[in-house]
Design a protein. Structure first.
Length: 319
């Protein structure tokens, strides 16, 4: 396994930069509103069945509980089901926005509904009959910059795997969280996702990526999983992967999913819910560091987090 030549990396850096530019405020345009665009957090996974949507819902609810206006966009084009976990029956979905080109009356803000868990939900597409086109993905990314005043935080629940619809959103996000479990197949697929991101979007896209270990038996197990994948990423991709948190195995999660009442009322009282709150707090702290320096790895306005640990959750030290 080899690292991309510098000449190829430069082109990929430009590609990732163009995607992120879609989210940037137009600095030379007259101010339309007093509110900045929301910060975007993408949750992705190398394989399905790792609890990514549950994690997305829990973190969205936790951030809302911390006083942030939060919107969760179910961008899982293969199996959107956040609304099902929340016990909702939406009449409008993300595919409507795509079909109508995110026109007036068909924007993310127009179709977002109350989740019952403290945040707004954009229900995911069902039965689109085709994968999202490049134009669909670009319009979706650009539409996030139009949520001025509607949301402080926009969380994207991406599809599992390494499709273009996943990689484009992850590359454009301010932070990306790869959700995995301690299973060897999940670890391998999580690394494959990160590798694909770096190879297709450039190394800069990988610098904003971290891990969240779900269904961990203990903090020790989560840290062991992190060390294993981080060592490979460091050696072959030149990345220092952060550990954004771990969520323990919890029977309350199974009960909540089966009962379609995940995070109902914004209550996160189970061990898994408490861990989600800690992960949300650390993600917000990381976004705050970015806002100071626009660079996760070189912070000049706050002391380095190094490896902050709180209840089994911490950041990996930067290079």
């Amino acid at each position: 396994m080899s690292v991309l030549p510098i000449s190829q990396r430069s082109g990929l850096d430009d590609q990732a930069s163009r995607l992120r530019a879609m989210l940037a405020d137009e600095s030379d345009a007259p101010p339309r509103q007093q509110h900045p665009r929301p910060r975007v957090i993408a949750l992705a996974s190398g394989k399905g069945g790792v609890g990514k949507t549950f994690t997305s819902i829990s973190i969205a609810s936790a951030m809302a509980g911390l006083g942030r206006k939060t919107m969760l966009i179910d961008a899982d084009f293969g199996a959107a089901n956040a609304d099902i976990m929340l016990g909702l029956a939406p009449l409008r979905r993300l595919d409507e926005c795509m079909i109508k080109g995110f026109a007036r009356g068909h924007s993310l803000a127009d179709i977002a509904i109350d989740s019952g868990a403290g945040f707004r939900l954009v229900p995911g597409p069902v039965g689109m009959g085709r994968p999202p086109s490049t134009a669909d993905r670009q319009r979706l990314i650009h539409s996030l910059s139009q949520l001025h005043g509607v949301a402080d935080i926009a969380i994207m629940d991406c599809s599992a795997g390494v499709s273009s619809s996943v990689l484009d959103v992850v590359a454009a996000a301010d932070l990306s969280v790869v959700v995995l479990t301690p299973e060897p197949t999940s670890i391998a697929d999580a690394y494959a996702l990160i590798k694909s991101l770096v190879r297709t979007q450039g190394p800069q896209a990988g610098e904003r990526v971290g891990l969240l270990v779900n269904q961990a038996e203990s903090r020790t197990e989560a840290e062991r999983v992190h060390r294993r994948i981080a060592a490979v990423a460091r050696k072959f991709l030149g990345l220092e992967l952060a550990l954004f948190g771990h969520i323990p195995s919890d029977r309350a999660v199974v009960k909540g999913v089966r009962g379609q009442c995940v995070a109902r009322g914004g209550k996160l009282k189970s061990p898994a819910g408490r861990s989600a709150r800690k992960a949300a707090s650390l993600l917000l702290a990381q976004l705050e560091r970015q806002s100071c320096t626009k660079d996760v790895r070189t912070d000049s306005c706050a002391p380095s987090l190094g490896r902050v640990s709180s209840g089994g959750i911490g950041f990996a030290s930067g290079r």
